[in-house]
Design a protein around this ligand. Sequence first.
Ligand code: FES
Length: 129
Amino acid sequence: MQYSKKVLDYFMKPRNLGELSNADGEATVGNPKCGDIMKIYLKINKNEAGEEIIEDIRFQTLGCGAAIATSSMATEMVKGKTLDEAYKITNQQVADELGGLPALKMHCSNLAADAIKKAIENYRTNTPK
Ligand code: FES
């Protein structure tokens, strides 16, 4: 099993690691295949066009190296994006951005995509229109 240099870099130096005390949306997801867990925190604001964007994002992942690398990459990919754009992120896109993942570790990238979607849903449910 071979990891790309980018996977190793994002595992060794995770971006956006930690928590946000005043998060507007958050979610915790577990990977049914292995029991690993990811928690995500979102700070939402509006851009000049009045669209809601992910102004800031943090994650905590209790999991394998691939889960940490994909969590980290996914947070970078959605930061500054509108909620609609961020909601569409897929585990395949995250894996591609990392230069690919070994087939056996593809399931690890589900955590990040799922957690981001759930955190957006959490924000939308709790925010009056
Ligand atoms: Fe559980 Fe990778 S082995 S997320």
